[in-house]
Design a protein around this ligand. Structure first.
Ligand code: CMP
Length: 141
């Protein structure tokens, strides 16, 4: 069961470096596309093998990514994002992602993701570059 809590989404958006440098009206527009979600400690947010229908930005807190071929989970924190790979490759989720404590997330649904990256080439290439680095077995983030 997902707990829906109201946050000031625009305030949370500014914590994500990817968005922080954007003009205020862009932030406002992006904020309308994002949905705030609170993840509980230990909650599995993304499950390996599932179909991907959204990506997630961490506005506060931390998650661990259980990458199948890595001995240690990869930790992601405030400002990081995850769940982008399934959207970019149209393949299934490649890892479990679990909340390490209470986590304020910003959820971007697939259709909004496609619209956003279609309009913003810089945003698209940034997300793609991060996904590319994560695909390399020696890199962790
Ligand atoms: P996705 O495949 O949609 O769902 C699982 C997510 O875990 C994936 O997108 C990435 O966001 C993230 N992920 C997978 N591998 C790594 C990695 N090596 N380092 C950091 N994050 C990863």
């Amino acid at each position: 069961p997902k707990l829906d809590v109201r946050f000031d989404v625009a305030e949370l958006v500014r914590r994500v470096p990817l968005f922080a440098g954007l003009p205020a009206e862009r932030v406002t527009t992006i904020a309308t596309l994002l949905r705030a979600q609170l993840a509980l400690p230990g909650e599995t947010i993304v499950r390996k093998g599932d179909r991907g229908d959204a990506m997630f930005f961490i506005a506060s807190g931390a998650v661990e990514v259980l990458v199948p071929n890595l001995a240690e989970p990869v930790k992601l924190g405030t400002g990081d994002f995850f769940g982008e790979m399934a959207l970019l490759t149209r393949q299934r989720r490649n890892a479990d992602v679990r909340a390490l404590g209470y986590c304020q997330l910003l959820v971007l649904d697939e259709k909004d993701f496609r619209r956003l990256v279609q309009k913003d080439a810089d945003l698209r290439s940034h997300i793609q570059a991060v996904a590319e680095a994560r695909r390399q077995p020696t890199q962790s983030s």
